[in-house]
Design a protein around this ligand. Sequence first.
Ligand SMILES: [Zn+2]
Length: 186
Amino acid sequence: MVPLFDDNRNKIDKFSEVLQHYMLQSEQLDTTLVLAADDKSAAGLLIQRLPIKGEGNLAAKASMEDEDEIGRNEDYNRISILAASLKSEELLQLDPDTILRRLFWEEKLLRLETITPRFACSCSRERVSNMIRGLGADEVESILSERNDVEVGCDFCGQQYRFDAVDAAQIFTSIDKQVPGSSAIQ
Ligand SMILES: [Zn+2]
């Protein structure tokens, strides 16, 4: 186990704060987030109170003594305090079942099926080509007069796409060959 540098710890804490703030402001949901990372792995525990279902929402809104306002739900606050007591080392080293047992041994737990997150991005060279086509031949020509290629980066996954003059010519000639309204136009 590599000890976390203070600087790293501060950054992680700051990041948790920002996300919690976002959940409160945007999603209007009580959220507690514990994050940890070392040079090998990153782990997180997110506690979020689910909105009341169906008519319960209306009832809560109608009630003047609104126990369900953010930060005022007793059960949530108890669970949140327990979650916040989790140490970085525990989060990084223990398996989920052990963590849940240690933190919430007095609560009724229901463990749902585990899913493995997978990173994926829907960007593709074809999509970027369509976007470049949308810019118009004049615009693309003007970019190519200043540099060797048109470079487009995906904001989500960081993939870089480059189109040189030959690629660009292909993008615009292929559209010329298509009959207007042809199903080949995506
Ligand atoms: Zn992408």
